[in-house]
Design a binder for this molecule. Structure first.
Ligand SMILES: *Cc1c(COP(=O)(O)O)cnc(C)c1O
Length: 322
């Protein structure tokens, strides 16, 4: 048995998006609501944290330490999970403290996390390591939650998410022909990729890269999926051709809102009342919209957009002109 704490609201619903499908000329479009995983506004990191926190508990840790961007959803969800299970939480954030905290950053403080500001991104690894050593020197028992929750333990969350989807058979009694989602640190895609192999999903996965060149993300996902597979027995190898990544929508850089994200976020909101986030799902949806318009998808294809959360960032200063 793989140790796991159960605190996510699962299974997350799958809903049809008929009005949006009609607008985009897609025959069947669905959404998997992992923005509804339950804890502190939810998101995809909650699934990973079920396994990471079980490991932290097993190791006798009392403090969770992780790192991310100022508006990191991962950091907010880690802070919430820490509070829920009685861990202290230290977050190492890129950049300088803003004058006023908003959105995810405001929630980090509300959830009781201690913030360490790393300045430039190139210093973050060093400051994270120093923070970890300092916690030990202070007599704490720290556990390092990896960036984005993406290591073999965290990726387990999405291995089992694929099993969950297969049991739901959500698209007119069948699994979807294709699953589209935002991909960044690779744990979601690695977990889904391995889950597809283990639980017999025969459709296609398509990760829309949020901030990484295609080749680099493919290599990371393939390696992480293979490493994660060892938890189920023998290591399974994945070729790069099996890891579908589209990096055509990340040229503006991480977290930079362009007209494409703005249009996609508005389109989802106004045709289905469905809120995306500006950084991840907004970018993935921009890709979905563009690909649909270019006729990339098959005439009969059922498509599932896997919503990975992140909506608190809608309230960040940086996205006020959404
Ligand atoms: C972290 C995150 C992702 C990316 O997931 P990875 O497993 O890091 O690839 C996608 N969407 C949202 C909202 C996220 O917070």
């Amino acid at each position: 048995m793989i140790p796991r704490l159960h605190f996510a609201h699962l299974p997350t619903p799958v809903e049809p998006l008929p009005r949006l499908a009609r607008t985009l000329g897609l025959p069947r479009l669905f959404v998997k609501r992992d923005d509804q995983t339950g804890l502190a506004f939810g998101g995809n990191k909650i699934r990973k944290l079920e396994f990471l926190l079980a490991e932290a508990q097993a190791q006798g840790a009392d403090t969770l330490i992780t790192a991310g961007a100022v508006q990191s959803n991962h950091c907010r969800q880690t802070a919430a999970a820490a509070a829920r299970f009685g861990f202290d939480c230290i977050l190492v954030l890129t950049g300088e403290p803003p004058e006023r905290a908003s959105a995810n950053l405001l929630l980090d403080g509300l959830l009781g996390a201690r913030l360490v500001w790393a300045g430039g991104r190139e210093q973050r690894e060093r400051i994270l390591a120093e923070t970890f050593e300092q916690a030990k020197a202070d007599g704490k028992r720290p556990y390092l939650v990896p960036y984005g929750g993406s290591n073999p333990t965290g990726a387990l969350g999405y291995v089992y998410a694929m099993e969950e989807l297969m049991n739901q058979k959500p698209c007119e009694g069948r699994p979807p022909d294709r699953i589209v989602f935002a991909s960044s640190s690779g744990g979601t895609q690695a977990g889904l990729t391995l889950g597809a192999r283990l639980f017999g999903y025969r459709g296609r996965l398509l990760g829309i890269s949020v901030d990484e060149p295609r080749g680099r993300l493919q290599v990371r996902v393939a390696e992480l999926a293979a490493e994660t597979s060892k938890k189920f027995g023998k290591r399974i190898e994945f070729s790069l051709e099996e890891i579908a990544v589209n990096d055509a929508y990340c040229q503006a850089g991480y977290g930079v809102l362009t007209e494409a994200e703005r249009e996609a976020v508005r389109l989802f909101a106004r045709s289905e009342g469905l809120l995306l986030d500006p950084v991840y799902t907004g970018r993935a949806a921009a890709g979905l919209v563009d690909l649909a318009r270019k006729g990339f998808f098959g005439k009969e294809e059922s498509i599932l957009f896997w919503h990975t959360g992140g909506q608190p960032a809608l309230f960040a200063e940086a996205y006020r002109d959404l």
